[in-house]
Design a protein around this ligand. Structure first.
Ligand code: HEC
Length: 335
């Protein structure tokens, strides 16, 4: 009897595995929420806003260069959909809406290594949904429909949640969201806002040539876009509500301050955090990059090139599987 059960089990597993092999390629692509809302590229113009000119030691930039930096600082490319999914299914982890709680503004740097957005302030009262959100943003020329609102933390942007309908509104209870595990861990709970992550979230930190007098209240001139946030405490930020005996808490807790395992949602099965290093000398690195042959599964990625100059960005030279392959490994940073 036992043998028959075992055999049946093996056959079922093999059947499921084979079925998955055939089903997976036929699965419909996940619809892009911007396309679902009928938007096109024209709805997301770049901004040449000069609101951030005091950063990076007042580096003089052309309008095009400013657009590039603004993209780095502000553009979340729809990754708020990923972060919202993780908040709904993460059992207390990755709930960015909770992590931006304005009551924590005075100690965000000390507790989580976060960089507060200059010019903003702690909220004196909750908003219309009972949520505590930083106030007082001044970003001339930054369209909230494209880039969301600033959350008060550099690199995190706030958008209305398109799924927050009348039923979700009727069910919404901010007090329970902040305090009741059963309520906020429900994967069906629809939050009023979604929070997106721009590249700058991990890459912006204090300019070592002009460090802030008070790290909880930096000014624009104290910030560098590319120095890398060597202070970020991933477990305090991503897993503030996870139980200490949970797997998620323990994994995140093993990461030293200033490190992230950018490929930890990919299937490399490695816990491999590394630091957000400064990005520098990119043109020089490109000039010494050797052409390499890209081979194997990496070529299955649409748009992957067969030969490319590999500048070995990323400490492990991850781009030696090609640019698209390297980007596809890092869901956490690229969303
Ligand atoms: C969640 C944190 C995080 C976010 C968000 C993030 N990065 Fe990074 N980034 C890192 C880490 C960590 C490294 C270093 C990884 C390594 O070397 O293995 C890194 C390294 C890099 C490097 C290589 C630097 C070098 O000198 O080799 C580039 C380029 C880069 N990131 C670009 C981006 C872009 C573009 C985005 C947005 C689309 C982005 N990053 C968003 C964490 C992040």
């Amino acid at each position: 009897m036992k043998k028959i059960l075992l055999l049946a089990g093996v056959l079922i597993l093999a059947g499921v595995a084979i079925a998955l092999l055939f089903v997976r390629p036929c699965m419909p692509a996940v619809p892009d929420d911007a396309k679902l809302a009928g938007k096109s590229v024209a709805d997301f113009p770049q901004t040449a806003s000069r609101s951030f000119d005091a950063m990076d030691s007042r580096l003089s930039l052309s309008d095009d260069e400013v657009k590039g930096r603004n993209t780095w600082l502000l553009w979340t490319a729809g990754d708020q959909t990923l972060w919202d999914y993780l908040a709904q299914h993460g059992l207390g982890t990755a709930d960015l809406l909770k992590a931006i709680d304005s009551r924590q503004r005075p100690s965000r740097f000390k507790d989580m290594g976060l960089v507060n957005q200059p010019g903003m302030a702690q909220a004196a009262q909750p908003d219309e949904y009972g949520l505590w959100l930083d106030i007082g943003a001044q970003e001339d020329g930054v369209d909230a429909a494209v880039y969301g609102r600033p959350t008060g933390i550099m690199g995190l942007r706030l958008y209305p949640n398109p799924k927050f309908d009348a039923a979700a509104r009727a069910r919404w209870d901010a007090n329970r969201y902040y305090s009741d595990t059963n309520y906020y861990n429900d994967p069906k709970l629809v939050r009023p806002y979604v929070v997106g992550m721009a590249c700058g979230f991990c890459h912006i930190s204090f300019n070592p040539a002009k460090p802030p007098d008070d790290p909880e209240n930096p000014r624009w001139e104290n910030l560098s876009s590319t120095i890398g946030n060597q202070y970020l405490k991933a477990s305090s930020f991503f897993a503030s509500k996870a139980a200490p005996d949970s797997f998620a808490f323990q994994v995140l807790h093993s990461w030293a301050p200033g490190t992230i395992d950018t490929s930890f949602l990919a299937t490399d099965n490695l816990n491999n955090p590394s630091n957000m290093n400064p990005i520098y000398a990119v043109p020089a690195r490109l000039t010494v990059a050797h052409e390499e042959e890209i081979a194997g599964g990496a070529l299955n990625f649409p748009g992957e090139q067969r030969r490319m100059a590999v500048p070995h960005v990323l400490k492990d030279g991850a781009d030696s599987v090609g640019l698209i392959g390297a980007l596809s490994r890092v869901y956490v940073s690229i969303g």
